[in-house]
Design a binder for this molecule. Structure first.
Ligand code: BG6
Length: 483
């Protein structure tokens, strides 16, 4: 069978991890702009890496430093995007997933009029993409909510944020209605409970019941996502709106039924945000979990109607790794990955950051998602963070990256052969960028190397890695040549 002829091969980035230019052309501060690079914190200690307090934020607001706030400088994509898009085009990209930074359009989230300079910036970028034949896939919220909304409303905990987000999205739809067909609402929507601040603008010490705040934030995001889906369909006939889930594929640690049950529970909670967005209602098991945990969500009858009437058109997900679960955590050796700690699978290797490498897990994930949702799928993030070395003759021999992608593509193609309707694949990330969790530059994902270190030293010059040529060939042959 093979991949469809119009398969959307490409890469994925997020504004806050590449653009830099954090305080120019009217941009406001976002939650990403206060994320610090913490050289002395273990990169696997994800709670310390992504955790933040009110006083950290106050300090960050006073600080104009970019050295320890790497997302403020990114890789200067803001100014260098034409050159970077040309490189993506050279690889043969059919699509690029990117996000629109809310704070470039509404600096605090509460203005009545959008910032024209921000709108113009993305317009120029979409023009360039169309000139190069690259289809934009736009994420409307990728860990970059206006900081002002986090401080004032505790982010998505407050219902007020729904209207503000819908207003931002509507402006995007009206402005880019001729430029963008594919839209994603919330990046890794399930991540609210893993890193509430980056994901939902919740400052933990601004609430005395964090779990309650997190699930309330989930609910508000679901309603916002549904309203935005509706608005997108109205403004852009023929547009496609997708949800985006971190697929945290979990296996039982053994065939002990208690381990199977523990794993089932993990997967149920991972799926639940996509369930709501695809089926338009909460899964009964999750509602019962809320009851048991005494989580009371403010959920109106009209919210439930909105959810039911405005479900997504397709399902997208990130896939990096799998984990194992047991009824007794003492049976497990723990490892980390994607801001989660879980059981390490003894059959699989892990990266330097502890993320399990599991290509077959990608096939399993595709089959599970298609079987569950019966909707077209798109893999919008997959890749491997690694340290690369720029040799004296300015080459990067990243055979480990090629090996990783080759194994994942093989499994992806097998899933398609099994009948999965897969629209495309965008790697994370086609170019080195600032890590979401650790704010490192040295955790490199790209086919393109960027000369910049963790503290911002470097020329920012771009170099093609060995994987660049390899991916180019994969795209050229629509996945039939993976050697
Ligand atoms: C996903 C995020 O969780 O993983 C990306 O959507 C992120 O923003 C990617 O960059 C890889 O994670 P990290 O922490 O290695 O950058």
């Amino acid at each position: 069978m093979g991949l469809r002829k119009d398969f959307l091969w490409g890469g994925a980035i997020a504004a806050n991890q590449v653009e830099g230019a954090w305080n120019i052309d009217g941009k406001g501060l976002s939650v990403a702009d206060v994320a610090t690079y913490k050289p002395n914190v273990d990169v696997k200690d994800y709670r310390k890496q992504v955790g933040v307090t009110k006083s950290d934020i106050e300090k960050a607001i006073q600080d104009t430093d970019t050295k320890y706030y790497p997302k403020r400088r990114g890789i200067d994509f803001y100014h260098r995007y034409p050159e970077d898009l040309e490189l993506f085009h050279e690889m043969g990209f059919k699509a690029l997933r990117l996000s629109i930074a809310w704070t470039r359009i509404f600096p605090t989230g509460e203005e009545f009029e959008p910032n024209q300079a921000g709108l113009d910036y993305y317009k120029a970028m979409f023009n360039k993409m169309h000139e190069l034949g690259i289809e934009p896939i736009v994420t409307l919220s990728h860990y970059e909510m206006p900081l002002a909304l986090a401080s004032k409303y505790n982010g998505w905990e407050n219902r007020k944020v729904i209207d503000l987000f819908v207003r931002f999205c509507k402006v995007c739809f009206e402005t880019y209605k001729n430029d963008v067909k594919y839209w994603l609402t919330f990046n890794e929507i399930d991540s609210v409970t893993r890193h509430p601040f980056t994901s939902a603008g919740i400052i933990p010490d601004q609430t005395d019941n964090l779990l309650q705040a997190e699930y309330q934030a989930f609910h508000h995001q679901f309603v916002a996502s549904a309203l935005v889906t509706k608005s997108c369909h109205e403004v852009i006939p023929g547009s496609q709106v997708g949800c985006m889930l971190t697929k945290l594929t979990d296996y039982p640690n053994s065939s002990d039924p208690r381990d199977v049950l523990a794993s089932f529970n993990k997967n149920t909670m991972n799926y639940f945000p996509a369930d709501v967005q695809v089926f338009g209602e909460y899964p009964p098991l999750v509602l019962n979990y809320f009851k048991k945990q005494k989580i009371h969500i403010d959920m109106t009858a009209s919210d439930l109607e909105i959810l039911k009437e405005n479900t997504v058109d397709f399902v997208t997900f990130s896939y990096y790794m799998s984990l194992v679960s047991s009824y007794d955590e003492n049976n497990l050796t723990l490892t980390t990955g994607n801001t989660i700690v879980g059981g390490k699978n003894p059959h699989l290797p892990v990266t330097e950051w502890g993320w399990t490498v599991d290509p077959v897990g990608l096939r399993i994930s595709l089959l599970q998602l298609y079987d569950r949702y019966h909707k077209p799928l798109m893999i919008v993030e997959n890749g491997m963070g690694a340290k690369d070395e720029l040799t004296a003759d300015q080459k990067i021999h990243d055979d480990y990256r090629i090996k990783y992608f080759r194994a994942h593509f093989n499994e992806m193609i097998k899933a398609v052969d099994a009948g999965v309707d897969l629209l495309g694949y965008t790697s994370w990330a086609p170019i080195d960028l600032v890590s979401a969790s650790t704010s490192q530059m040295s955790k490199r994902y790209g086919f393109i190397y960027v000369d910049e270190d963790d503290l911002g030293n470097g020329s920012l010059k771009r170099y093609r890695k060995d994987s660049f040529t390899w991916y180019q060939k994969v795209i050229q042959t629509n996945g039939t040549s993976l050697d």
